[in-house]
Write a protein that binds this ligand. Structure first.
Ligand SMILES: Cc1cc2nc3c(=O)[nH]c(=O)nc-3n(C[C@H](O)[C@H](O)[C@H](O)COP(=O)(O)OP(=O)(O)OC[C@H]3O[C@@H](n4cnc5c(N)ncnc54)[C@H](O)[C@@H]3O)c2cc1C
Length: 374
């Protein structure tokens, strides 16, 4: 069987789904193929924090732009997407981390992002469950939380309503030159292909610098009101930057259901998706240290997922120079939910030869990619 279309997207995670919707809105005939089901990969395992970040100008530009797109979209999102404008508090343990708070505030203020510095007392008032004393924190009220699987499914539904075709439960075994070969022997053809296969993207496109980075999460029973913001320790940045070692950081999120989502861990070079008691214990000890009341709560599920990571901590969005039909949209590591909507806009602009709202160059797969260390 051979089916032909304008654009074929491999991957029905949040990135592939957002691209499908954006391209369908632009009038293109789109097909999406996934080996499992929508959001079966990192998207279904993620926290859904929509967060503006400042590791680099390029990271800031993409996260900020995408957050704006989420904000514009949120009035029309159904309750199932669980949009919560709870804001983030970056928690500073000591004076050294308070210097980071001040630096971060200056950076955000210069770029129009609203923030508020909390001293030790204000932090305690904002989040009474945090341990005391802590030095303070930075509140970023514009950050929010969504439920990623529901968002991805919705984007796909919108794409299908505009005529997109979904091929679910179909594994792509090779991709290139306008063709996707499926494991069942069928072939799908398209003028343009998009590899949005997340942690598996490099299996389909040799040389793509994406590798899986494992994470654990725990979700508790319902304890409404116990945590009011997404709370992240400033040491999280060290954890996110590490290129080699296993790392954990305090990161806790209130869900609209009243449940608490507790993270986070980062590991390279682990292939199996089992829950690992050693790293899980380290992660929970860190969480209990910052928020002692967590230790007496019931958890109802623990799971793992794999972030698609690149050496320079920026995603790969654009044409793959070795194949004129092939584009990639992957490598979003721990920010793919946040940056999915901006990714879709950038891919669409490149496919249709239009000027994008932000420069595309920092994310092009052809860029020089230096490893970013902590
Ligand atoms: C623990 C954890 C917490 C996170 N928290 C956040 C957060 O708070 N905020 C945030 O912005 N991001 C977060 N992330 C990151 C985010 O989840 C990812 O960056 C994002 O989901 C990547 O989306 P994707 O569509 O590229 O990949 P995926 O969601 O992994 O989708 C890829 C899809 O491709 C399919 N596929 C793969 N290979 C093939 C093939 N050969 N044939 C057919 N289909 C194929 C898979 O089945 C899958 O459905 C977190 C990630 C983890 C693991």
């Amino acid at each position: 069987m051979t089916v032909s279309t304008d654009v074929l997207i491999v991957g029905a995670g949040i990135v592939g789904a957002a691209c499908a919707w954006e391209l369908a809105k632009s009038g293109l005939r789109v097909a999406v193929v996934d080996q499992s089901y929508p959001a079966a990969g990192a998207t279904g395992a993620s926290m859904g924090h929509i967060v503006v970040m400042d590791d680099s100008e390029a990271q800031f530009a993409l996260t900020r732009y995408s957050q704006t797109l989420w904000d514009e979209l949120s009035p029309e999102l159904p309750a199932t997407v669980e949009v919560d404008r709870c804001g983030t508090i970056w928690v500073a343990a000591d004076d050294e981390e308070m210097q980071q708070v001040r630096r971060k505030q200056a950076y955000y203020s210069e770029r129009g992002v609203q923030t508020e510095i909390l001293d030790s007392t204000a932090l305690r008032q904002a989040e009474p469950g945090l341990k005391a004393p802590l030095a303070g924190g930075l509140r970023v009220p514009g950050d929010s939380v969504v439920y990623p699987p529901a968002a991805a499914s919705l984007f796909l539904e919108k794409a299908v309503a505009l005529g997109a075709a979904l091929h679910i439960g179909k594994t792509v075994t090779s991709l290139g030159q306008g063709r996707a070969r499926l494991a069942d022997g069928a072939e799908l053809r398209a003028s343009k292909l998009i590899n949005a296969a997340g942690q598996h993207a490099a299996r389909l496109t040799a040389g793509l610098p994406v590798k899986p980075r494992k994470g654990h999460l725990v979700i508790t029973d319902r304890y409404a009101g116990m945590v009011r913001h997404q709370l992240v320790e400033l040491g999280y940045l060290k954890s996110a930057h590490s290129l080699t070692s296993d790392s954990v950081a305090f990161n806790i999120q209130p869900r609209k259901t009243g449940q608490l989502l507790i993270g986070s861990s980062r590991q390279y070079d682990v292939e199996h998706d089992h829950v690992e008691p050693a790293i899980l214990s380290r992660m929970l000890e860190r969480a209990f240290e910052y928020f002692p009341g967590l230790s007496s709560l019931s958890s109802i599920r623990v799971w793992t997922g794999f972030r698609p990571a690149t050496p320079d901590k920026l995603p790969l969005i654009g044409a793959w120079s070795e194949d004129p039909t092939l584009y990639v949209a992957t490598g979003h590591e721990g920010l793919g939910v946040t940056t999915s909507l901006a990714t879709a806009k950038l891919i669409c602009a490149q496919l249709l030869d239009r000027t994008a709202t932000i420069p595309v160059d920092p994310y092009l797969p052809s860029r020089h990619m230096a490893e970013v260390h902590a």
